[in-house]
Design a protein around this ligand. Structure first.
Ligand SMILES: Cc1ncc(COP(=O)(O)O)c(C=O)c1O
Length: 406
């Protein structure tokens, strides 16, 4: 329905890569499940050799050849996940971090260390990404603009352009190819957390950096916190150097869980997206719902604005879990103005289309009718039909103001 069946990496279909990438050596080793290497350090009787390998890492940031050196320099189990994710996103490399925010931090530090502290960004972004940029916590300065204003907002010290598509929480989409074109030589970072490589591969559209909160769909079960940046080998080297110096490494157990999560990613995203599309249809037809946001590319996220009190919906769910985060096997719902985007100034938040009546739902793998029954009860009493009352609109990728119902 959404074309994900046709997605192919250079050599193999995405579904095949999801199961095999990062595991190519296992059968030769007589293994089936990947080993978990928990070592923090690795013995070596050759200090001269170690000195040369550390010098090489300091120059290029390439993974040291041969056996690992120290956990902060790289870990074999985490490397399997990085290899697999790079394959799925169609990039040369990927570098994993302790969280999505640690990954974004490393990208900003790489650019700041080159004297490029200015960032151009399009709202909405995930609330904490917005906060990190707005507060200038890492010494960066941000210019907020819409996609059409990117080229004009660029300065000689612009180190990064950042977008999310579909964006958290409104699911607004940007034309990644057009945005990448507007960036010229400035790297475009596309946060692909919501789409996953199953629905969209931003590097194919010109994004130099593809960021994931791997805590979400890549892990997929709500039990691992992680971030990852897929990119070219040159940028990956700089990211590894920052990771080495600042320490935001991913734990090997998390690397193992993420690799396992990737193997079911296409199946999970496809199944949850089908249910989400059905729930979006039912919400659109419901008089208690003012507006439904569902992206053109599909996916398992829905945002909707209610006529009534959104806090009552959160308080009313029983099967659906009222919790922030997304991308798990179970369905989660949250109120962005209270949680995920609370840290963003209220005017900025509303200006980005995040209304106080907006709810964001991450659809999981439950049965659609069971989910609907829970939502239906949580939405409360249906108003009596009025003559001539129409149903609400589903907005697909339109700017919030344009798609809003009068
Ligand atoms: C789109 C997006 N990017 C980045 C992040 C940050 O990721 P993490 O919570 O893993 O640090 C989140 C978290 O919700 C997110 O939704």
């Amino acid at each position: 329905m959404h074309g994900y069946d046709e997605v192919r990496t250079a050599s193999r279909a995405l579904a095949t890569e999801a199961v095999h990438a990062g595991r190519d050596d296992l059968a030769r080793q007589g293994l089936h499940a990947p080993p978990i290497d928990l070592s923090t350090t690795y013995p070596s009787y050759d200090s001269r050799g170690e000195a040369a390998r550390i010098d090489a890492f300091a120059t290029t940031g390439a993974e040291p050849d041969g056996p690992p050196v120290y956990g902060r320099l790289g870990n074999p189990t985490v490397a399997r996940f990085e290899t697999a994710l790079a394959r799925l996103e169609g990039t040369e490399a990927a570098v994993a971090f302790a969280s999505g925010m640690a990954a974004l931090t490393a990208v900003l530090l790489v650019r700041a260390s080159m004297g490029l502290r200015h960032v151009v960004a399009v709202r909405p972004l995930y609330g904490c990404s917005d906060h990190l940029l707005t507060a200038g916590l890492l010494g960066s300065e941000v210019t907020w603009t819409d996609p059409a204003g990117i080229a004009e907002a660029l300065r000689p010290d612009t180190g990064l352009v950042m977008v999310e598509s579909p964006a958290n929480p409104t699911l607004a989409e940007v034309d990644l190819r057009a945005v990448a074109h507007a960036c010229g030589s400035v790297p475009l970072l596309a946060d692909n957390t919501f789409a996953t490589p199953v629905l969209q591969r931003p590097a194919e559209h010109g994004a130099r950096l593809v960021l994931h909160s791997a805590t979400k769909y890549l892990g997929g079960h709500g039990d691992v916190m992680a971030g990852v940046v897929a990119c070219d080998e040159e940028f990956a080297g700089r990211l590894r150097q920052v990771r080495f110096a600042t320490g935001g490494v991913l734990h090997p157990l998390a690397g193992y869980l993420l690799l396992r999560g990737l193997s079911t990613l296409p199946v999970r995203v496809r199944a949850a997206a089908e249910t989400a599309a059905e729930l979006a249809r039912r919400l659109t037809a419901d008089p208690r719902v003012a507006r439904v946001h569902y992206p053109r590319i599909g996916g398992a996220m829905i945002a909707f604005e209610v006529h009534g009190d959104p806090h009552e919906v959160i308080a009313g769910v029983r099967l659906i879990t009222p919790a922030v985060s997304l991308g798990s096997v179970d369905t989660l719902i949250q109120h962005p103005a209270s949680i995920s985007h609370r840290i963003v100034d209220a005017d900025d938040r509303r200006g980005a289309g995040v209304s106080d009546r907006l709810l964001r739902m991450s659809v999981g793998l439950e049965d659609a009718d069971d989910l609907w029954a829970d939502l239906d009860a949580a939405l409360g009493v249906r108003p009596r039909p009025e003559r001539g009352a129409g149903n609400c609109a589903t907005s697909h990728n339109e700017p919030a103001a344009a798609a809003a119902r009068p």
